[in-house]
Write a protein that binds this ligand. Sequence first.
Ligand SMILES: Cc1cc2nc3c(=O)[nH]c(=O)nc-3n(C[C@H](O)[C@H](O)[C@H](O)COP(=O)(O)OP(=O)(O)OC[C@H]3O[C@@H](n4cnc5c(N)ncnc54)[C@H](O)[C@@H]3O)c2cc1C
Ligand SMILES: NC(=O)c1ccc[n+]([C@@H]2O[C@H](COP(=O)([O-])OP(=O)(O)OC[C@H]3O[C@@H](n4cnc5c(N)ncnc54)[C@H](O)[C@@H]3O)[C@@H](O)[C@H]2O)c1
Length: 449
Amino acid sequence: MTKSYDLIVIGGGTGGNGVARMAANAGWSVASIDSEPHGGTCALRGCDPKKMLIAVTEGVDWAENMKGKGLEAQPSVNWSDMIAFKRSFTDNMPPRIEAGLEKAGIDVLHGEARFTGPDTIELNGETLRATHFHIATDARPMTLNIPGEEYLATSTDFLELPERPDRIAFVGGGFIAMEFSHVAKRAGASEVTVLEMMDRPLGNFDPDLVAMLIEATEELGVDLRTKAKVAMIEKQSDEFVVTVEHPDGTETITCDLVVHGTGRVPNIDGLNLEAAGVEYARRGIKVSNAMRTTNPAIFAAGDCADSGLNLTPVSAAKGRVAGKNLLAGEDAREIKYPPIPSVVFTLPMVATVGLSEAAAREQGLKFDVHFEKTEGWYSSMRVGAKHTGFKVLVEQGSGQVLGAHLIGPGAEEQINLFAMAMGSGQTANQIKAMIFAYPSYASDIGSMV
Ligand SMILES: Cc1cc2nc3c(=O)[nH]c(=O)nc-3n(C[C@H](O)[C@H](O)[C@H](O)COP(=O)(O)OP(=O)(O)OC[C@H]3O[C@@H](n4cnc5c(N)ncnc54)[C@H](O)[C@@H]3O)c2cc1C
Ligand SMILES: NC(=O)c1ccc[n+]([C@@H]2O[C@H](COP(=O)([O-])OP(=O)(O)OC[C@H]3O[C@@H](n4cnc5c(N)ncnc54)[C@H](O)[C@@H]3O)[C@@H](O)[C@H]2O)c1
């Protein structure tokens, strides 16, 4: 007999689990399906494990910056201990999450779900029926369509490496390549190369601050190449040869590992969305502002849905809206994105919120640009940080902060203060009037507006 539920959630990560819990708490019969142990990318293969590796390499960076300032030991990274440290978190997550879902009365199932009709899916050869579905299957590394693509390791593979390869090439110069190349180099890899096809890495971040990050990255010893398009990967015994096309010719790079960092696309290929009447395009499942798909009984959230930035807190926000509307039985709530901060967790970190300088100009806004390198400021000098600075855009007349762009220690928290100020409409003068604890990175922000 076909088992039926009020709701089946496909994807047991950030954008799915909250919805499953909300429905179960309301007394609905719910199944939560994941093809992997539950937890999702952020907790198991993304933000959280990555930042544990970065925490270890922060020690190396800190000692380097304080060299000659009274700190004498130079630490080194034990790769396998670092991966074990990461696993001390990631290994415990799926059992905890699955037990929590089961305690809430949710059926926790595993396998690749595939729609067979508007209200049915196939899972491990069996049919399951539901009145409602919620899809939150994340994104996957994009296909490059180049010879030797199968040799690319993913960020997930990188986070699981039992030993550190010595020569690592990253294809792409976005979030993953920049963050992971910094980890690899500080962990002792001798040759780390980043191959970005555009004329600069991190195209969505402020070019002046990215230029400072490039200096820091090159000082660290990462070989950062731009206008470098990867055309082919070959395996030769136990090493890889990467063919790179430049505007003025072709070169090859030999390495022990080639890592994918050219972007992620909606992970929806295997879902057979056509059978469910759920429309999608290149950027993902089409959703309304209520997170409802083109099949009114089916919702979607997270990176598989075409709405907002592909970041964990955004996925969670989309899930909350989907859950509210599912339970309400109508579109009672719409997603409204406040200014969304985003951080590249390199060392130094680069952080951004709001409009870029280029976007603000394109919109014809009148604004002052507060751009300064802050190597000489006390908060940089105290920790030996060299590549630090900010660019803050303040609208003329209204005094509203249009965008804030930061590089340096503390940027990951300062950017949240800017996001809060911008979200609540605080003006530059109101930010200046705040009293923050001193000395702290927060206490600098009044001098940035
Ligand atoms: C290396 C890396 C680092 C990142 N770092 C950050 C960061 O620092 N900060 C940040 O905000 N964001 C970061 N992100 C992005 C963030 O991880 C994602 O935006 C977020 O996890 C998306 O959540 P989601 O709900 O869409 O998917 P997830 O939480 O990943 O949940 C999707 C789940 O669906 C399952 N699934 C997929 N297909 C099927 C199927 N057919 N059937 C059943 N189950 C299926 C998957 O196994 C997965 O568990 C990072 C991403 C990566 C890859
Ligand atoms: N700190 C964070 O928030 C964080 C960290 C890691 C990942 N993520 C998430 O994961 C997603 C994927 O990260 P990513 O780094 O893979 O993608 P990305 O979109 O950040 O960067 C991809 C880069 O690859 C370049 N590129 C594309 N094709 C290329 C080619 N053939 N040769 C050379 N360069 C090429 C692009 O120009 C771009 O600069 C991000 O968009 C984000 O959603 C977030």
